[in-house]
Design a binder for this molecule. Structure first.
Ligand SMILES: [Zn+2]
Length: 132
């Protein structure tokens, strides 16, 4: 199934080709990161010179409108929008910590998690948890 990923702010398509392109910033360095659009695939292309250690916090922003993509639900996550060819739309939330493999596809009906660290994260997308 093909998914189109877009910026939740300006609606620009973030995977015009085979990869999802996001602006990333960590410890004063900025660059473009390329992600696989396939859920659970954590092959990540990072520019040379970005020396990230596991659990380094990365700030992601839209390469078109430059708005911050940090989740308002949980600031350890970043969020973008998706639309699948079946017509489903929703939000993809993923960990901002480098090397943490946790991704959530959130639609009105359900939340699907991917990545070996997804179960370790204490998240509540249904608004029933304590206020953050
Ligand atoms: Zn944007």
């Amino acid at each position: 199934m093909k998914r189109t990923y877009s910026c939740p702010h300006c609606k620009a398509i973030l995977n015009p080709s085979t990869k999802i392109i996001l602006c990333a910033e960590s410890e004063g360095k900025k660059g473009l990161f390329l992600f696989s659009p396939q859920p659970g695939n954590y092959d990540l292309i990072v520019p040379e010179g970005f020396q990230l250690r596991k659990k380094d916090r990365v700030s992601f922003s839209c390469p078109v409108c430059t708005r911050d993509l940090t989740s308002v639900r949980d600031d350890s996550l970043a969020e973008i929008s998706f639309t699948s060819t079946s017509g489903a739309t929703g939000t993809v939330a993923f960990s901002r910590l480098y090397g943490m493999h946790a991704t959530y596809f959130i639609t009105a009906e359900d939340v699907r998690s991917y990545g070996e660290h997804a179960a370790n994260m204490d998240l509540n997308f249904w608004g029933e948890g304590p206020e953050r």
